[in-house]
Design a protein around this ligand. Structure first.
Ligand code: PMP
Length: 400
């Protein structure tokens, strides 16, 4: 049996009033006071621009901004100059598709995705494929909703330049065997990009141990601010990637005769960056690291297991995804639209997400329009599970 949940941090979160069960952390996480304070500080007594100022305040802010980059690098197991600050996971993937993709994926080449990808790990590759005349292949899922890596061997060819997969599914909570995916991709000379948006908030990630090539995540799902995230890319790959957005800060020398570019990561950060976002993200990583990613993982696993056990007792509930789904439980109730489930649960003080979760191909695969999704974070407890189950029992009674 799993250890009982051990985290007791709810008091750190001003966004969580007594009696409200927030079960939508996979969409975006609530913020601990430490993150809110870091942002207020960044816009208050510490505020100045970075990289340009000759005065002390700006020099200090530059040091803080670069310290945030180093913190992200340490968190992922990479080097600071391999971290590009972006708006979020979506922008990280678009950066790779545009910069690396334009140069390395050509006519007749292939890109391998999976059935469960978020739209942000589908559409940028479709846009790339259209631009260059490449093709997309789609990995199937196992019965219980995991990416079927056994199928990769039969599908991968020398024409595949990239495999791009979710480390953790935002709908099913399925966790990829990332190391195996990397080995398989590299076996045919393809690169592996991992969409880590749902992984970094709930498990320790080490890009060196995984041996992937690109890793993308969003700060706001990791208890940090919106509008900031990171792309990690292996140093040798990043070094030869061309810029994708032009502007200030990303150049070496500009003239009308021709412009040269700064080395990475600056080459990929045109314009004034999200300074306060980076400092807020630094605080968020400090916060979760102090709790311990292994503790967080065990805490969420216990809550998922409680939820799945309780919901599987109810006849009308269909559970999606694997038994050991990471922090996320998707479900449906026979004859009830997920939006109605969400609305009734809201009346009960339980916030879940209902919809296609930006994963329409997965919905088609599951044969549903939408699912209801409860997703957990570090502040949830068994009380939230109990409130969810009570609410679903009420939904069942209403719809008889
Ligand atoms: N990938 C996954 C698996 C996600 O869950 C999300 C957010 N729902 C994204 C990508 C996109 O993240 P963002 O909207 O923060 O860019």
């Amino acid at each position: 049996a799993l250890a009982p949940s051990r985290l007791d941090v709810r008091a750190d979160f001003p966004g969580l009033p007594e009696g409200w069960s927030y079960l939508d952390t996979a969409a975006t996480a609530q913020k601990p006071q430490a993150v809110i304070d870091a942002i207020a500080d960044a816009y208050g007594p510490r505020y100045a621009t970075v990289h340009r100022g000759v005065y002390a305040r700006s020099a200090d802010m530059t040091i803080a901004y670069e310290a945030a980059r180093k913190r992200v690098a340490d968190f992922l197991g990479g080097a600071a100059d391999e971290i590009v600050f972006v708006r979020g996971g979506t922008e990280a993937i678009n950066l790779v598709a545009n910069s690396w993709g334009n140069g390395h994926v050509g006519a007749g080449d292939r890109i391998l995705l999976s059935t469960l990808e978020h739209h942000s790990n589908i559409v940028p590759w479709q846009l790339l494929a259209e631009r260059v005349g490449a093709e997309i292949d789609v990995l199937p899922l196992t019965e219980d909703g995991q990416i079927d890596l056994d199928a990769i061997a039969a599908m991968l060819t020398e024409r595949h330049k990239l495999v791009a997969l979710a480390h953790v599914s935002n709908v099913l909570g399925s966790t990829l065997d990332a190391k195996r995916a990397a080995d398989l991709a590299h076996g045919v000379g393809a690169k592996l990009l991992l969409d880590g948006c749902q992984a970094v908030p709930r498990m320790a990630v080490d890009v060196a141990a995984i041996d992937c090539d690109f890793y993308a995540f969003s700060g706001h799902k990791l208890y940090g601010p919106t509008g900031i995230g990171a792309l990690w890319a292996r140093g040798d790959i990043l070094a030869e990637m061309p810029p994708w957005e032009g502007g200030g800060s990303m150049i070496d020398k500009v003239s009308f005769a021709g412009t040269t570019y700064a080395p990475p990561p600056q080459r990929f950060e045109a314009g004034t960056p999200h300074i306060a976002g980076a400092l807020g993200l630094h605080a968020a990583i400090d916060y979760v690291a102090a709790l311990g990613l292994d503790v967080i993982h065990a805490h969420e696993a216990a809550l998922v297991s409680e939820t799945r056990d309780a919901l599987s007792q109810l006849n009308s509930v269909r559970l999606f995804g694997p038994e050991d789904s990471a922090g996320i439980v998707s479900f449906a109730l026979e004859g009830v639209h997920p939006h109605d489930i969400g609305t009734i649960l809201d009346e009960e003080g339980v916030a879940i997400r209902a919809g296609h979760h930006c994963a329409q191909p997965l919905m088609a695969h599951l044969g549903v329009e939408a699912t209801a999704r409860a997703s957990f974070g570090i502040y949830n407890t068994s009380d939230d599970v109990a409130a969810l189950v009570r609410g679903i029992e009420r939904v069942s009674r209403i719809f008889g």
